[in-house]
Design a protein around this ligand. Structure first.
Ligand code: IVH
Length: 700
């Protein structure tokens, strides 16, 4: 038998053993025999990688190579869900959806698994990538670790191109067992979710394999529109047929219980049928069942079943309009308020923060919780030493909710200091909020510098809040402009800053000089000018700082209000902000140091009308007149449009050439306008003239 035949044979044999074991719980061979065959196959695959099967059973075993989890762009929008906190809110979602559609609808209700969101990409039925949610547009490729999950199919029963969303989770009993086996308490995960998060990102997939992860899949996105089932329950049953594990605890809502039952049966799915009026019963039953499930859920997800309706409802920037997550009441805990510290933000805003006795809540230990402002403290009549109830609102930021027991030391309601704790300036009141009015207050300055350098803004590597504090205190960076004027090599030797990190910092600063004008503008920290604001200013004609400052100096409110989305109050605030002498100094120095204070030629050239301003274009396929297709993107950008590499809910146009199947399907699904090459030419105001030797493009 030659190597290829042996690989084929071992592959088939081991696959059969795996299938029997994971699907039926039957071991056909001893562990040692299995390992022997698997080792042999791995050795052969290493020697003859060309013969390795793309769904080889050895991929399940993992390897000792170090994973680096490269960032990859999602080709589907990976959004999260809008939330509901009461039965009524779910009913409202049902009735509003039905009103909006003007016709009967049905809804699937699923458990909201408290795990790690994952997107599995299959091409021709083979798993090619498993990607974390990331920011919804770009996630980390964690494929080797995900391949070790037995319930993730490596090859589907049909050769389809599909993206599947699912939740990776760890069963309670596995979590408890692994924690019991871990002697080092500090290494024990706080909850199954954290354990899963760690497993997904294990450096070695051979180690990830030792953590028993599982997955439930709940959404499928076919590249080929024609193959997409027509409703959600058909998607679920198709996913199951393809080989995915779907959660068996499905519920289904329709006008009547009978109708719900009929639809479930037609899709060949088991589930509990409910009439809309059964919502209270359903939520009550699930709330009770929750603690006896083998895995953790943090809510229930209600989804419109009909896909054509989903398409019509579409998406907001963050979530689909066709689904809602009912969240179980967030866990509450008791703690004692030990003290209140006062933080000064980059805008001077003063925020009181509760320092509490360390308290376990929802799987983590909380030591601090926000108190918002003086008014909030007054409403609670909160005093140091009080026993308070804390919760995680929306399960993220802990907050003090109420006072359970007053302190017996006689402390009265806490009052914010009258002076800024950082610079000693007198605190001022602006509409119920407290501010330090001194622009040069060190905490404000540190906040401004950190914001400017943050990854969402100028993205200066190595200049996080901690380093900013060190450099500020050492007198090296006291303002935004100091980042570019200061001799940062003098930072070597300061706390935590070795030669290497300072070199990285200097490189990061250098690199940041290239950021486009829109980014520089939004990084200045002017309240009214975030990312979107900067872009509207630029596409509205303020494409260089001089134009902007001229309008500011003239107090030309109308020049700003002429831009869609900018009202009078915003215009006045912008003018006031840019009249500040400190900001003007910053701008002057940034200019001197070569930062971009005007849209560069690629961003916005010549006198072409900005007909695509505010539009977001994705380009796919190949073209007759735009070759390479980046030429088409350039044309969009020259007209003020933005180009992106994948179709998301934010995309307004898809320019589709020959080919380009999956993006077209996504665009159709999201209701994104699809533009042909001909139409695009017309939009550009270009016409094809027949000239000898081929077509030539000319502006009309
Ligand atoms: S549907 C566009 N279904 O909850 C589809 N999500 O808060 C949106 N999740 O990011 C997701 N179980 O990671 C959906 N049955 C389920 C889910 C579920 C858990 C997670 C998912 C999502 C998050 C939204």
């Amino acid at each position: 038998m030659n190597a290829r035949e042996e690989i084929d044979r071992l592959t088939a044999e081991l696959k059969e053993y795996q299938d029997k074991y994971y699907k039926e719980g039957v071991s056909l061979v001893s562990d040692s025999e299995y390992d022997r065959l698997s080792d042999r196959l791995q050795a052969l695959e290493r020697e003859y990688p060309e013969y390795m099967h793309p769904d080889s059973p050895t991929l399940r075993v993992g390897s000792d190579l170090t994973n680096d989890f490269p960032e990859v762009r999602h080709t589907i929008p990976v959004l999260s869900l809008d939330k509901a906190y009461s039965n009524q809110a779910v009913l409202d979602f049902f009735s509003k959806s039905i009103d909006k559609e003007g016709g009967a609808l049905s809804f699937a209700a699923e458990e909201k698994i408290d795990g790690i969101s994952m997107v599995l990409y299959y091409e021709g039925g083979l798993l090619v990538r498993a990607v974390t949610r990331g920011n919804g547009e770009v996630g980390n490729d964690v494929t080797p670790n995900i391949m070790t999950i037995p319930t993730v199919p490596l090859r589907l029963s049909e050769p389809v191109d599909i993206a599947v969303r699912g939740e990776v989770f760890i069963r309670r009993e596995d979590f408890l067992r692994l924690n019991a086996e871990e002697p080092d308490e500090s290494k024990r995960a706080a909850n199954p979710r954290n354990l899963a998060a760690g497993a997904v990102r294990r450096q070695k997939s051979s180690e990830a394999r030792m953590i028993p992860m599982d997955i439930f899949c709940y959404e499928g996105f076919w590249s080929d529109r024609d193959k997409t089932p027509k409703d959600h329950i058909a998607i679920l049953s198709t996913l199951r047929r393809l080989g995915f594990q779907i959660n068996p605890h499905l519920a289904f809502f329709a006008e009547t219980e009978e109708e719900a039952g009929r639809k479930l049966a037609a899709a060949g799915l088991e589930g509990t049928a409910y009439a809309f009026s059964g919502i209270d019963d359903f939520i009550k039953a699930k709330t009770e069942e929750r603690s006896s499930l083998g895995y953790e859920i943090d809510g229930l997800v209600f989804k419109i079943n009909e896909l054509d309706v989903r398409d019509r409802f579409g998406y907001t920037e963050h979530h689909p309009r066709w689904a809602i997550a009912y969240k179980f009441e967030s866990p509450q805990a008791e703690a004692v308020l030990k003290g209140i510290t006062v933080q000064v933000g980059r805008t001077g805003r003063i925020t009181p923060v509760a320092e509490i006795t360390p308290t376990k809540l929802g799987g983590s230990t909380i030591r601090r919780a926000t108190l918002h402002n003086q008014e909030y403290i007054n409403e609670l009549e909160l005093a140091i030493g009080d026993t308070v109830s804390i919760s995680k609102r929306g399960d993220v930021i802990p907050a003090v909710d109420s006072v359970i027991e007053k302190n017996d030391e006689g402390n009265t309601t806490y009052k914010l200091p009258s002076k800024c704790p950082c610079c000693g300036s007198s605190i001022i009141q602006v509409g119920g909020l407290q501010y330090c009015p001194d622009y040069s207050c060190p905490d404000q300055a540190k906040g401004r510098i950190s914001y400017f350098a943050s990854s969402d803004q100028m993205d200066i590597e190595g200049l996080g809040p901690k380093t900013v504090a060190v450099l500020y205190d050492a007198g090296l960076i006291r303002s935004i402009e100091d980042i570019y004027t200061s001799d940062l090599s003098r930072a070597v030797g300061l706390a935590g800053l070795g030669e290497k990190s300072v070199k990285a910092l200097i490189d990061g600063v250098e690199e940041s000089r290239k950021r486009p004008f829109a980014v520089v503008l939004s990084s200045l920290g002017i309240a009214e000018i975030g990312k979107k604001g900067a872009e509207s200013l630029i596409s509205g004609g303020f494409d260089d700082m001089d134009k902007l400052l001229t309008a500011v100096d003239k107090g030309d409110v109308e020049a700003f209000t002429a831009i869609p989305g900018i009202g009078e109050v915003t215009a006045e605030n912008i003018i006031r902000a840019f009249r500040s002498p400190q900001l003007r100094t910053t701008i002057a120095i940034l200019r001197e140091k070569g930062l971009r204070l005007e849209s560069s030629s690629e961003e916005r050239p010549d006198d072409i009308p900005q007909a695509f301003a505010g539009q977001v274009w994705c380009v796919t396929g190949s073209f007759e007149h735009f070759n390479p297709r980046s030429k088409a993107m350039e044309e969009v950008e020259r007209r003020g449009g933005r180009t992106v590499s994948s179709v998301t809910s934010k995309t307004t146009h898809l320019l589709a050439g020959r080919g380009g199947g999956s993006k077209r399907a996504t665009a159709e699904r999201l209701g994104v306008r699809i533009v042909t090459e001909d139409e695009f030419m017309k939009m550009l105001g270009m016409e094809e003239r027949e000239v000898a030797g081929g077509g030539q493009l000319t502006f009309l």
